[in-house]
Design a protein around this ligand. Structure first.
Ligand code: SF4
Length: 109
């Protein structure tokens, strides 16, 4: 999620203002700093930057548990998946975010 989400008191169901919270898991989000247009995208292509961030995110499981996309009817990226109305959106093979990571990896020939 983008840094701006850190002050969205309703995102992830958190009622505490950002300034009052101790450093929480969101400060470790690999998607921090990405624009809302990618983190809260409803379609695969605009969601790709966030999905790529998820692939290296240290709080992936926590993100998915907290957002609980199916229960919250979430729209956007959480836990390495794209959700629309709480249902997982299939990512077409030609947009596979992890395939792109493999190509970009410095150890990849
Ligand atoms: S799992 Fe993805 S959406 Fe969730 S905090 Fe990490 S990078 Fe962001």
């Amino acid at each position: 999620m983008p840094a701006s989400a850190l002050v969205h008191t309703t995102f992830h169901g958190d009622a505490y203002p950002a300034a009052a919270r101790p450093a929480d898991w969101r400060t470790h989000a690999a998607c921090a700093g990405l624009p809302d247009e990618t983190v809260f995208a409803r379609r695969p292509k605009p969601a790709l930057p966030a999905l790529r961030a998820c692939a290296i995110c240290p709080v992936r499981r926590r993100c998915l548990e907290t957002v609980a996309p199916a229960e919250s009817w979430f729209d956007g990226v959480s836990g390495g998946r794209l959700w629309r109305n709480g249902r997982e959106v299939r990512i077409p093979a030609d947009l596979d975010p992890e395939r792109d990571l493999a190509v970009d990896h410095p150890d990849h020939p």
